[in-house]
Design a protein around this ligand. Structure first.
Ligand SMILES: [Zn+2]
Length: 121
């Protein structure tokens, strides 16, 4: 028996993948030729949302580190043929970055003010 999502093989008698919590099937999942990125984020809450949404919708997906200098940034990828449907779902994930942008904006504004004061003095 195989998990249709992660591909793990189980001995007879098992009915559910211990990892993915979904029903096993007699056939192994067919290998995915092409993966498409449907969501990218470095925000833990957004990543949790994406994981929950994709799991609930029953998509097969994998997480990839998007770029090495920032291992927090993850890409969610689904098989290419599921990309459109999965993007429809991940588009609804609310952005949690407002606070960070505000913080960045205030920091830059403060720097400009400090810079101006130094110039004048
Ligand atoms: Zn599994």
């Amino acid at each position: 028996m195989f998990c249709p999502k992660c591909g793990s093989e189980y001995r007879a008698g098992f009915e559910e993948c211990a990892e993915c919590r979904i029903a096993l099937r007699p056939q192994p999942p067919k290998p995915v030729a092409d993966w498409a990125t449907v969501f990218t984020s470095d925000h833990p809450t957004e990543l949790e949302d994406a994981e929950r949404i994709l799991t609930q919708a029953g998509f097969r997906y994998r997480k990839k580190i998007a770029w090495i200098p920032n291992i927090e940034t993850k890409n969610f990828q689904v098989p290419f043929e599921d990309a459109d449907a999965a993007t429809q779902l991940t588009r609804s994930i609310p952005s949690r970055h407002e606070c960070r942008f505000l913080f960045l904006f205030i920091s830059v504004a403060l720097l400009i003010v400090v810079g101006a004061i130094i110039q004048v003095c």
